[in-house]
Design a protein around this ligand. Sequence first.
Ligand SMILES: C[S@@+](CC[C@H](N)C(=O)[O-])C[C@H]1O[C@@H](n2cnc3c(N)ncnc32)[C@H](O)[C@@H]1O
Length: 540
Amino acid sequence: MSDEETETTETADDQESASYDHLIEDHRRLSQSFIWRRHRAFYDEQGVGAWTSGTIPWFVTSNASVARAYAQVIDAFLRDIADGAFGPMAPDAVIHVVEVGAGHGRLSYMLLERLASLAQAGESQRFRYVMTDFAQSNIDFWRAHPRLKGYFDAGLLDVARFDAEVDTSLELQISGEILSEGTTGPLVVVANYVLDSLRMDVFCVQEHALYESRPAVYSTQPEPDLDAPGLLDRTAFVYERVPASETPYEDVEFDAIVSRYAEMLDDTAFTFPVGALRCLRALDALSGGRTLLLSADKGYLHEAELGERAEPQLVTHGDAFSFSVNYHAIALWFLQRRGIVLATTPRDGALTINAFASGVMRPSVPRTVRAFGEFVEHFGPMDFAAIQYDIRSDSSMSVHALLALLRLGDYDAWLFYRAVDALVARLERPSVIVRAELRRLLPLVWRNHFHLGADHDLAFEIARAYSAIEAYEEALRFYALSIDTCGDSAITRHNMALNLYWSDRLSEALKCVEASIALDGSYEPPQVLRPKILDRLEGA
Ligand SMILES: C[S@@+](CC[C@H](N)C(=O)[O-])C[C@H]1O[C@@H](n2cnc3c(N)ncnc32)[C@H](O)[C@@H]1O
């Protein structure tokens, strides 16, 4: 997965010119390589730092547009359940929505907000959201996050440490309940940008014969320590193809999928998502075979996308990496479980979003099918992801187009953050309508904000927008919030002084401008403003 925030500067030419002379691991199944150890250690060590440092991209799978679409599909599913999709259900039964690899928690928060507000209509089955990850530091971060406190207190949110490749039950850390096999009831699973991070193997079909493609790992230098940070960036795979056994996994479900590929494909390679399928099997066992999976990732689902593929190489982000997800195999697995596949038509971008359900046919979940069509397939988050960057970088956009973009993105805070310079530049003489729209929209943007660290000071940017429409009280409130959340600065104090000056609160303006000068004597704007304030105070 990539978005523009983390674009690499390395070119294909750079990669080709490196020489991978040093064998560091001999051929073996990809799922058994040492590389997974380093990848897992990275997430464990970094915690939320994986995102605040900008190492791991997140926006495309964790924005407000995704949250809106998922909330609509999940709410529809909860209504279908209440209507008897899986037979009679006690009205007070709670359906768990389990997010796997929730990471930073931004999607969880925005999705929970929307689900909670849709649930107020009272027509759907009750739910509880469960954020999970295998990194305890992420869980500790969520537990301390002020945005989530109300949901924990209301019992709408819980957390669990869940290693998707190993665990078969979930121990909820707030309520103490354990979700285990057969006791859990129907389940919704959200898995964004995580199935591509779980163990997989590689096969290929050549002249109608099936081979296992086993990578050997080479590096550009000797590697005495295979756990050394940064090592994966220096590696490349060289594959050998060995005839595959008819039962490579000695697992009826998995082997059936692999042998189906041997029949239907030729002259192509494919990955087998063994880690993702083990995870889904464990979760499906909890729900007694009544699971809805919603998943966004780079990957492919349609048969036509399986042709002419090469064996994959690593795509690294720091010491983590990802491969494209073979959603086609995941679809086959759900079909084995008498389930359904809600697929989006392939777009040309990296992102695909699909839904799968076990234990139901389409007629029993009509609302879910309709919501998926309306909110995901027909102009949904995939299309939003495809166009938002191009639109944002169009410097000729009018203020009306920028506001429309923010509405299109469901008032996403990061989208606003990236668009705010262009927006403020076009607010020289805003019309009454533009002012009113900004007053409506800015609180919604703030509501979507899930603070990860002091690097991106959204409160400051919102304050600038309020200031540009002469909403000085609100601007001052957000500058104060900026100081609370991201620390004091001469610039913030000077901006506050200006807003106070424009509101004729001259003594307070003087205090602020002096605070600005005290914070940074070399910053010029407050030196210019101070005499103006003093003049007005003397004339008053
Ligand atoms: C690329 S991040 C995705 C975060 C978020 N879902 C998103 O869309 O931005 C992958 C997340 O999966 C977690 N993860 C990786 N392997 C895992 C495993 N085996 N079990 C559970 N979580 C895992 C990592 O800790 C990390 O939080």
